[in-house]
Design a protein around this ligand. Structure first.
Ligand SMILES: Cc1cn([C@H]2C[C@H](O)[C@@H](COP(=O)(O)OP(=O)(O)OP(=O)(O)O)O2)c(=O)[nH]c1=O
Length: 191
């Protein structure tokens, strides 16, 4: 089944590696040095950046490896909240998320050994509980928010602030593994 796929993961995200290993896919890491860009819509931004990351490691794949890259962004009120650049920005992001719904978009790209590039995206709606300023400041001091889109990690301490989630949990963590499995299955049948 899924263990027949060999993935070259163009990502430095430990979460993505964990998700792939959890389901038993063979994974080798080669992080991309692609510079992330902003496109006119959040959807385009996530997908194009994932494609860019996948294509920059094109020459590093072994003949039987499928390249996988992804880009996770948090969208609140139509605005993209990326990784916070400092503690103050992390506090501002979390103040926005408090008591509200936001959308997590993960764009992904798969580059197959036959030269075909398949990309797509998944969206998950997440509702945060009300966070007091004290809680926000404490959370930022833990350091967890700093390398994460939207300044939180659902799989870490951030879990305590989640009220509800509609959609794929793994998409929020950084990789919509169910959707990616479907594409891997479909595309390798076509080969
Ligand atoms: C919202 C959210 C994001 N994140 C993480 C997933 C991603 O690693 C990160 C978003 O940044 P990305 O640019 O998607 O990924 P990355 O920089 O970590 O790795 P690379 O570009 O090499 O692939 O935020 C969580 O871990 N948990 C969450 O709940």
């Amino acid at each position: 089944m899924i263990d027949r796929f060999k993935i070259l993961l163009a990502s430095s995200s430990p979460r993505r590696k964990e998700i792939l290993q959890m389901v038993g896919v063979g994974v080798r890491i080669f992080p991309s040095d692609a510079e992330e860009k902003i496109y006119p819509t959040p959807e385009e931004t996530a997908v194009r950046n994932a494609e860019l990351k996948a294509l920059t490691v094109k020459d590093k794949a072994k003949p039987d490896e499928i390249i996988l890259a992804a880009d996770t962004i948090v969208v609140f009120n139509g605005k993209v909240l990326g990784k916070p650049s400092n503690k103050q920005e992390a506090i501002e992001f979390l103040k926005k998320l408090s008591s509200n719904y936001h959308t997590v978009i993960t764009g992904f790209a798969l580059f197959f050994p036959n030269g075909k590039l398949v990309s797509g995206l998944e969206k998950t709606e997440v509702k945060f509980k009300r966070m007091s300023l004290k809680e926000i400041e404490w959370y930022v001091e833990t350091g967890e928010p700093m390398d994460k889109a939207g300044a939180y990690g659902i799989q870490g301490i951030g879990a305590i602030f989640i009220e509800r989630i509609e959609g794929d949990y793994f998409n929020v963590m950084g990789l919509p593994i169910g959707k990616i499995y479907d594409i891997l299955t479909l595309e390798t049948k076509l080969l």
